[in-house]
Design a protein. Structure first.
Lengths: 398, 116
């Protein structure tokens, strides 16, 4: 078993065990503690006594004992008592039927994406509970101090317990909203501002999990297709010297054909459901860019049209700037600049991609002084040294 | 809230300041960063500092003065300057700190200012 396979197996086991315990107990934090203790007990016991036939069942039993003991010792609250009863029943059920325990990860994911949960904590909570990532790594990816991230996660888990958030698959009419809450945490996988740096693999893993668990929901597939299209271009985003290469200049031979083909298949399957939505549109935009690998050109008019559709259902600042970029390519820099001028100043003041595009468009219109000013801001707000060096080069030739 | 962004630079960063090949990129990045802070309305103040070998450190112990050449602590990365910024919370302060050129070559420390 390779390291990656071992990690995947551990991740799958952890997420499934935690989701099952948390769904029965309705208390994510206690379930995590109990599972942590069970893993510790396994580390002590297994080397001596050998690995049990069904390691997951062993871990589950150990964690349950810990939960039950903990609840007996603590003041048992009404809700916890109900949870206790449920877990005991499940233990009995499982012992009598020897059934493999059900996969509750989707319930856990949707609890993490619940509207009552602080928006900023949703994706970190998914990463911690379903994937078992540690708080320090999550904090780095989200540019938050590890102590603050730890506190945020503790707070939302207390809320899940105390507010009695149901571990249920949302009703069909609630599903789009929850999926949106789930997906919006991952938009930046596209690499626009590299905020979720280093978590692309985890995002895709979760994306596959959700798409597999709700096969009837085309938006889940749309999100997965979007992530795969962006991931397919990962290698092409840097040249041999580590320099930044913008999408329009990327060598299509360095795009991963296998990943793009998979994305296309998933998006086509989603489209057959005839329920378009935000993530399918975003994936369709990436799909249109990917066509360059086949046709050798980019159909910017088609991309601008897709952005118009996207703006109708998800008018984010990122989508508006993307739309302006497509307009500039399709109908000229002036058209793109007009779209940028129409944006609300407060939304773009510190939004780096806006200033980078504005600088580029002003430069191509020969408005050199304004271009230099915009380049200055774009460079000053740039976090990625490779992208910063690229912009410095652009500014020098503007 | 006011935060101080302390910039710790490597030897290479300090030498880039005067290196004919690298100084344009170095100062260009800091000028752009300072401008972005200013135009965003978060800049309160700050200063670039000369390298650590020009520092002089003073300690008073038992009525005696000890003066030593160099920074108070020898380390691979040295304080190269600082910004004071005013932002709503630590998340915003970290967002700006991550954009500081030294974040990708040395280190950037963010501290909340003590309200006075």
């Amino acid at each position: 078993m390779s390291h990656a396979e071992a990690e995947l197996a551990a991740r799958t086991a952890y997420g499934r065990l935690l989701a099952y315990l948390a769904a029965g107990w309705r208390d994510v934090a206690s379930a995590e503690d109990a599972l942590g203790d069970a893993f510790l007990a396994a580390l002590e016991t297994w080397p001596r006594a050998g690995v049990p036939d069904k390691p997951e069942a062993w871990l589950l039993a150990a964690a349950r004992r810990r939960l039950v003991d903990g609840a007996r010792h603590a003041k048992v609250e009404v809700t916890a008592a109900a949870g206790l009863q449920m877990v005991i029943e499940r233990v009995q059920h499982e012992v009598s039927s020897d059934a493999i325990f059900p996969d509750e990860r989707l319930r856990l994911l949707f609890v993490c994406a619940h509207p009552a949960i602080d928006e900023a904590a949703r994706t970190p909570l998914m990463l911690q509970t379903v994937l078992g990532l540690d708080a320090a790594r999550i904090a780095s990816a989200f540019l938050v101090s590890p102590a603050a991230m730890g506190q945020r996660l503790v707070r939302v888990k207390a809320k899940i317990r105390d507010a009695g958030i149901r571990f249920e698959i949302p009703e069909p009419h609630e599903l789009p909203e929850r999926l949106e809450a789930y997906g919006s945490g991952w938009e930046d996988v596209a690499g626009a501002d590299a905020r979720r740096r280093g978590l692309a693999e985890e995002a895709i893993w979760l994306g596959r999990l959700v798409a597999g668990l709700v096969p009837g929901e085309p938006e889940a597939r749309g999100l997965l297709a979007l992530m795969l299209h962006c991931e397919a271009r990962r290698a092409a985003r840097r040249d041999a010297n580590g320099g930044y290469v913008p999408l329009a200049r990327q060598n299509v031979a360095r795009w991963s054909r296998g990943t793009m083909d998979e994305a296309e298949e998933i998006l086509a399957a989603a489209a057959r459901e005839k329920k378009p939505g935000r993530f399918q549109l975003e994936a369709a935009i990436q799909s249109a860019h990917a066509r360059r690998a086949v046709t050798g050109r980019t159909d910017w008019e088609a991309i601008a049209l897709l952005y118009e559709g996207l703006l109708r259902c998800a008018p984010t600042v990122g989508a508006r700037v993307g739309h302006a970029a497509a307009l500039a390519e399709a109908r000229g820099a002036a058209a793109g600049l007009a779209a940028l001028d129409a944006l609300v100043p407060a939304t773009i003041r510190t939004y780096q991609p806006y200033w980078a595009l504005r600088a580029h468009l002003l430069g191509s219109l020969g408005r050199a002084a304004e271009a230099r000013h915009a380049y200055g801001l774009a460079i000053g707000m740039c976090e990625d040294p490779a992208a910063r060096a690229f912009l410095v080069g652009q500014a020098a030739s503007a | 809230m006011k935060y101080t962004v302390l910039i710790y630079e490597s030897e290479a960063d300090f030498s880039a300041r005067t290196d004919a090949k690298r100084q344009d990129a170095y100062w260009g990045a800091y000028r752009a960063y300072t401008k972005a802070l200013t135009e965003a309305g978060v800049m309160v103040g700050g200063a670039p500092l000369q390298p650590g070998h020009l520092a002089t450190t003073i300690r008073q112990r038992d009525g005696k003065r000890h003066v030593q050449d160099g920074p108070y602590a020898e380390a691979k990365e040295q304080l190269g300057g600082y910004y004071v910024i005013e932002v709503p919370d630590l998340d915003k302060a970290l967002e700006w700190a991550a954009r500081c050129p030294a974040a990708s070559s040395g280190a950037v420390e963010v501290r909340p200012n003590l309200p006075m």
